[in-house]
Design a protein around this ligand. Structure first.
Ligand code: ADP
Length: 483
């Protein structure tokens, strides 16, 4: 199959979050299955021409926008193995620091930038004669591609057999803009109706993708059900319900070449399911880095997170305050994000200076050590489309304690001590009470090494790689092409 993978970010070229990792791993996994895969993304300022051997390709490309036309250049790189990455270069739109914002505020021309991008990729495929069987779009930034395919290119023989898939990685981000940007799409106002493009008097890019793509997917089965409810659908629940017959949930895979404790080059000591002795060395190294007294026996609860409301970190601070008064343990966190959450942790640290380790910022190496050096890993997310850290934790014999939502619910199975089944702890309602009592349960289980070892072995046996996930995407593409 020819697969065009349209994304606003891909590792290592440009990354702000999990989408970049998926946009690298999934195309590679598809290519390993023998498909011809081309990633289409903007050429941001940060995409280094030399480092990634970018080469100019095709001829200058005209992109219809509003009543005029903008010109852009196309670059290609084969840096991601087995895959071609095609960059849309337009200095005015993408040649700036930041992908979507300047570090504080979203760019005020984001609507224009991604209307342009969505139109440009469809022009680029034609110009490069890359005739896709499937165009796989990701998140709101490419949400208009399926709409353009069904309007501007409806009669175009080049795209006659092309089908589109819209993957929603997080419904919390939808690309909602004032309706004044609508004429830039070059679509008539007759499209601006409640069933089509209108969203509370505004235009919603993700909604367009959901309504016009031939199929929609999210990154776990549970999340694909949750988003059809008011609580998780963020004003798009009705749209998701409308397309439920073509809505699928496919869990993201783990890149085990990076996340395996036996071969992880970022760890002070390697270990495996058969010899866990290195885990203790990682624990004391983690305590040292977090300025805590070294103690291989004390249980360590770890957390790595964006510090936002979605991640439920505020609930965690409250539960920890209770827990620290009754249980003996260390807590370490690696995170970046909102100041009000940082302030609450700093206050807690002033109460328990020898038991809390805080590290603010983004640090890839430390994230591996937190996974390896902790005994328990906590994820109290209010919602979690997929989540990766619970799967990394399991691979590292670090037991996840999670709110049973989205991908966390799909991957974590509650520990049953009598039957010796399960790979973690989860609780149904995201309240401070439930989080507190589940963490306490995990800490108490940790005091029984024989049983804990069985739980660790169960967790370490969990396996979900991209080679598993890719089969589900292949099935979905095949379904689209042979309905
Ligand atoms: P999301 O994409 O919503 O942030 P995921 O769990 O899907 O959540 O993926 C986040 C990824 O980013 C994980 O691999 C996590 O370890 C990593 N991460 C998050 N915050 C940090 C940080 N401060 N330092 C290093 N890695 C981080």
């Amino acid at each position: 199959m020819n697969i065009a993978f349209v994304t606003s970010e891909a590792y290592p070229f440009a990354k702000t979050g999990g989408l970049a990792d998926v946009s690298n791993a999934l195309p590679r996994a598809l290519a390993r299955q023998g498909h011809d895969v081309c990633i289409f993304m903007p050429r941001y300022y940060v995409v280094d021409q030399k480092k990634y051997s970018l080469k100019l390709t095709g001829s200058p490309l005209g992109v219809p926008l509003g009543s005029g036309e903008k010109w852009c250049a196309l670059y290609e790189s084969s840096f991601i193995s087995g895959v071609t990455t095609c960059f849309i270069e337009h200095d005015h739109y993408f040649g700036r620091d930041g992908l979507y914002d300047d570090g504080r505020h979203a760019f005020d021309d984001n609507a224009e930038r991604f209307i342009f991008f969505s139109r440009a990729v469809l022009q680029a495929m034609k110009s490069l004669k890359f005739k896709p069987d499937v165009i796989h779009c990701n998140d709101w930034q490419s949400g208009l591609v399926p709409l353009f395919l069904k309007s501007h290119y409806a009669g175009d023989p080049f795209y006659r057999d092309t089908r589109s898939l819209m993957t929603v990685h997080n419904v919390g981000y939808q690309g909602v803009f004032p309706k004044e940007v609508f004429p830039l799409t070059r679509l008539g106002w007759e499209h601006f109706s409640k069933d089509g493009h209108e969203f509370f008097g505004q235009i919603n890019f993700l909604k367009e993708g959901i309504l016009h793509a031939d199929a929609v997917s999210t990154v776990s089965k549970r999340y694909s059900l949750e988003i059809q409810s008011r609580e998780f659908g963020y004003d798009l629940a009705d749209e998701f319900k409308k397309v439920s017959h073509r809505l699928f949930g496919i869990i993201n895979g783990v890149d085990y070449t990076k996340w395996t404790p036996a071969s992880d080059t970022l760890l002070p000591a390697n270990y495996s399911i058969n010899d866990m002795s290195g885990k203790r060395i990682n624990k004391t190294k983690l305590q040292e880095l977090m300025h805590l007294p070294p103690d291989g026996d004390i249980p360590v609860i770890g957390c790595i997170s964006r510090l936002t409301y979605q991640k439920g970190i505020d609930l965690l601070v409250q539960s920890l305050e209770w827990l620290l008064q009754s249980e003996n343990f260390n807590f370490v966190i690696l995170g970046s994000g909102e100041q009000w959450i940082i302030d609450r942790f700093q206050y807690l640290k002033s109460l328990f200076p020898e038991r809390l380790g805080l590290f603010w910022g983004y640090n890839e190496e430390l994230s591996h050590l937190v996974e390896a050096g902790s005994d328990i890993f906590v994820m109290p997310s209010r919602y979690e489309p997929c989540g990766l850290n619970q799967m990394y934790s399991m691979a590292y014999g670090t037991i996840p304690v999670v709110h049973g939502t989205g991908g966390l619910d799909d991957t974590v199975e509650n520990w049953d001590e009598a039957k010796e089944t399960g790979n973690g702890f989860k609780y149904p309602e995201n309240t401070v009470d439930q989080l507190y009592s589940t963490l306490r349960k995990a800490l108490r289980a940790c005091r029984h090494p024989d049983k804990w070892e069985i739980l660790q072995k169960n967790a370490m046996s969990f396996h979900n790689s991209w080679d598993d996930a890719v089969k589900e995407y292949e099935n979905l593409y095949t379904l689209l092409l042979n309905p």
